[in-house]
Design a protein around this ligand. Structure first.
Ligand code: BTN
Length: 262
């Protein structure tokens, strides 16, 4: 990891205050939760044996190949606005990736509710957010991101669903460049957090989930149920119509999109 470059580009006024780098740490989110880190700290590691994903699943990342980091950022948000940071982070990463691969016309980056980034319909990146100081106006967000960059092989159980930039665009990417672009975009568009209608409009434009057939489950041990997406509300709620005709709104859970074979 070229820390000199990251420090030169990112540690300055109105962006990162500090970069804490580990060759290896259990999980950047766990480290951030245990430590008393200040606003705008970035915790970055090249190897993360205890990486965690949503629903407490492991997050596999081959050492040295990918980006795994946590950004500490305080936001003045009410409890019912916390989801905006999720949607903001995934939207910013989606836009950053689009800029990066714009020459690859056959590659498509999309957002999948609630905060996955897909490349050519396979999972490229995900976010895991932890929030502290819930009672305070200013809440501390630990924004954990895992982005598959140069990984070539995935464990059997996720092989068919996961991908990396290298596998799709067939070119090695300098991880530092993507990280720099993401952080700059993140700090450059913060006004969107205060303009939730616009944020959610842009998020939806990059998700194109409305009207799609999906399978939905509330948790890992839940049974999948077939449904059609009605839309995503500005409060982050996913509105679906199940195949039995019942309509519901969810604020957490997981979907898999059913693609037409043709
Ligand atoms: C998901 O399940 O999609 C979320 C994956 C989040 C993984 C990242 S990697 C850096 C940070 N530290 C962790 O232990 N998890 C997040």
């Amino acid at each position: 990891m070229n820390l000199n470059l990251l420090n030169e580009e990112l540690v300055r006024e109105n962006m990162l205050s500090e970069i804490i780098y580990f060759d290896e740490t259990d999980s950047t989110n766990n480290y951030s939760k245990k430590s008393n880190l200040g606003n705008n700290t970035l915790v970055l590691t090249s190897s993360q044996p205890g990486g965690t994903g949503r629903f407490g699943r492991p997050w596999y990342s081959s050492p040295g190949k990918n980006l795994t980091f946590s950004l500490i950022k305080f936001f003045n948000l009410q409890i019912d606005e916390i989801h905006l940071v999720n949607f903001y982070s995934s939207y910013i990463l989606c836009m950053t990736l689009k800029e990066f691969i714009k020459k690859n016309k056959d590659c498509e980056v999309t957002l999948k509710w609630p905060n996955d980034i897909l490349l050519n319909r396979k999972k490229l990146a995900g976010f895991l957010l932890d929030v502290k100081d819930l009672k305070n106006d200013s809440k501390k967000f630990i924004i954990g991101a895992g982005i598959n960059i140069n990984q070539e092989n995935f464990p059997d159980d996720i092989k068919s669903k996961a991908t990396s930039l290298l596998l799709e665009i067939k070119t090695e990417i300098r991880k530092e460049e993507l990280l720099i672009a993401f952080i700059k975009n993140f700090y450059g568009k913060l006004y969107l957090i205060e303009n939730k209608n616009e944020l959610m409009r842009q998020w939806n434009n990059n998700s194109k989930i409305e009207g799609k057939k999906i399978n939905f489950k509330k948790s890992d041990d839940d049974k999948e149920r077939a449904a059609t997406v009605i839309g995503i509300d500005n409060d982050g709620g996913l509105n679906v119509k199940f195949d039995d005709g019942k309509k519901s709104r969810f604020y957490s859970g997981e979907i898999s999109i059913v693609y037409d074979l043709n």
